[in-house]
Write a protein that binds this ligand. Structure first.
Ligand code: AMP
Ligand code: DBH
Length: 552
């Protein structure tokens, strides 16, 4: 039985993916146990001044799972995990995996608006946070969340817990009671086909969607990713992006590296001041960044002395990387560029490490699995001509068949035969590589951070001085895109731009969703059928920016 609200693959497809050897019946708990048995002494995670071996990670996950259980967490319970790049992140998620409780992966940037929604929608039993990170006190956020969500039973803090439960205390709550003892009181641990956790979608609607991923499907994606990126026990993966995000978690990311028995090095920031010395000290072989960070690394490497000799592969993904910048990676950083185009819903594409430079620089890769199905269609769902640009639809052994508890949205986001509508516009090269040409979905991609226009519009509409709002992308040299909110104010009480931004912050919206620019207007351009024409608004703001740039 699938968790209520989750869509399993139809049985004939599940059988097919098993028969093809994609789904091998592994679970995360067993995967870690097996790695610990095979090479327990090897270092799995390096973070701050901690170096954790596979055996230690395995044992600590067991102890923590027992602690979570003593606290009252049960299989199937949801736990919002909002942790930065610290070793405890892995102890926590493997403990939850073992218990069969389900992490909901939130980003460190999320604030009250996002967390309250996640706690309510997922009916979370626990919320797991750091004490203070990057100058922000998550315990204060937890105070607000608890006041708004009475059903939230536990707040668990890595570090100084204040009034809440200290994560540290849970490791020793039941000394000597590994989780194996759980079987004795009826906790058998999850099955491979069970949902293991929820990822968040970048979203196109008012509220983020939850993406249920199973042990079977996700571990398949780790295995394929690790193969394609040629990870092995000597690989050292540098995690600079927030580890909860699907890209640094699984493409191949930290979990793909652990799958391959390699070493994960956690960085608290992607800044060259922090990342470059770590690369040299730890002998990092592969790192993953988003395009704006890649630009910073390229500049830094060109202008200062640094030892990046160990780095073999730099992955760039999350947003479109310009061919111009892509062409500079090999020469400037002395490593192979790998473009990664993926989504938390599933499908991930990679350029291959031995692809010709021309493909690496100019495409976003090809699907990782031979069983990924790709369709490019026009507005009426008819296949486009070969080589033409169309809406990208996909189906496969690790692409979900539906969001959690979102029946209405699912009817729009998936075709009747189970293809996911990515919302991206793409074309296929003759050799089968994807080139991303744009986006049809109502979303802004701010250097890899996804902002759903409707979500921000809803928050703006809550202001008493706002009659209507439309949020669009404006081009940006550094982030690729930034957000611009067009606002029709009530003439009687027009707010200022600064007031609106403060209002959104006050409502607890993550900082990356606060519009970079607010334009006041008294009407919106309309399409033929009378809808707000976002296309016209995008052109308007792009022209305005051009004019500004030319003047200076
Ligand atoms: P998310 O919904 O947050 O998982 O983000 C997935 C989306 O990010 C994709 O549907 C694309 O719109 C975008 N994306 C990810 N990687 C790339 C890339 N390499 N090039 C262009 N867009 C990308
Ligand atoms: O942007 C993404 O969501 C993304 C990018 C690259 C992703 O989820 C992935 C690889 O797995």
């Amino acid at each position: 039985m699938m968790l209520p609200g989750c869509f399993a693959w139809p049985e004939e497809w599940a059988e097919r993916y098993r028969r093809l050897g994609c789904w091998r019946g592994e679970t995360f708990g067993a995967m870690l146990r097996q790695r610990a048995a095979a090479h327990g002494d090897r270092i799995a995670i390096v973070g701050g001044d901690r170096r954790i071996s596979y055996a230690e990670l395995d044992a600590r996950a067991d102890r923590l799972a027992a602690g979570f259980r003593s606290l009252g967490l049960r299989p199937g319970d949801r736990a919002i995990v909002q942790l930065p790049n610290i070793p405890q992140f892995f102890e926590v998620i493997f403990a939850l995996f073992r218990l069969g409780a389900l992490p909901v992966f939130s980003l460190p940037a999320h604030r009250k608006s996002e967390i309250v929604y996640l706690c309510e929608f997922a009916e979370a039993a626990a919320y797991i946070i750091p004490d203070i990170d990057a100058g922000f006190d998550y315990r204060e956020l937890a105070d607000q969340v608890r006041a708004a969500v009475p059903g939230l039973r536990h707040v668990i803090v890595a570090g100084d817990a204040g009034n809440y439960t200290a994560l540290d205390d849970l490791y020793d709550l039941c000394a000597g009671d590994g989780l194996d003892a759980g079987a004795a009181d009826g906790i058998a641990g999850p099955r491979p086909e069970d949902v293991a956790f929820f990822q968040l979608s970048g979203g196109t609607t008012g509220l983020p969607k939850l993406i249920p991923r199973t042990h079977d499907d996700y571990i398949y994606s780790l295995r394929r990713s690790a193969e394609i990126c040629r990870l092995n026990e000597s690989s050292v993966y540098l995690a600079v992006l927030p580890v909860a995000h699907n890209y640094p978690l699984s493409s191949p990311g930290t979990l793909g590296t652990l799958y391959a028995g390699g070493r994960v090095v956690l960085a608290r920031s992607g800044s060259p001041d922090i990342a470059f010395p770590l690369i040299a000290q730890e002998g990092v072989t592969i790192a993953a960044v988003v395009p704006p960070l890649a630009l910073i690394w390229l500049d830094a490497a060109a202008s200062r002395r640094c030892d990046l000799a160990s780095l073999k592969v730099l992955q760039v993904g999350g947003a479109k990387f310009s061919a111009e910048a892509a062409g500079r990676v090999r020469e400037t950083l002395g490593c192979t560029l790998q473009q990664v185009y993926g989504m938390a819903e599933g499908l991930v594409n990679y350029t291959r490490l031995d692809d010709p430079e021309e493909i690496i620089v100019n495409t976003q890769g090809r699907p990782m699995s031979p069983y990924d199905e790709i369709r490019l269609v026009d507005d009426e769902d008819r296949e486009v001509e070969p080589g033409a640009t169309g809406h990208l639809l996909t189906r496969g052994p690790y692409t979900i068949r539906g969001y959690y508890k979102a029946e209405e949205h699912n009817a729009r986001a998936f075709t009747a035969d189970g293809f996911y509508r990515t919302g991206d516009l793409a074309r296929l090269t003759p050799s089968g590589y994807l080139v991303i040409e744009g986006r049809a979905k109502d979303q802004i991609n701010r250097g890899g951070d996804k902002v759903a226009a409707e979500e921000v519009e809803n928050h703006l509409l809550a202001h008493p001085g706002v009659h209507d709002a439309a949020v669009v992308a404006m081009p940006d040299e550094y982030l690729g895109e930034r957000t611009c909110a067009f606002v029709i104010p009530y003439p009687s009480s027009p707010p200022t731009a600064a007031e609106l931004k403060a209002f959104l912050r006050e409502r607890g919206l993550a900082a990356y969703k606060i519009p970079d620019r607010i334009e006041f207007t008294d009407s919106f351009p309309k399409t033929g059928v009378g809808k707000v024409s976002k296309k016209t608004l995008r052109e308007l703001i792009a022209r305005k920016q051009d004019a500004l740039a030319n003047r200076s």
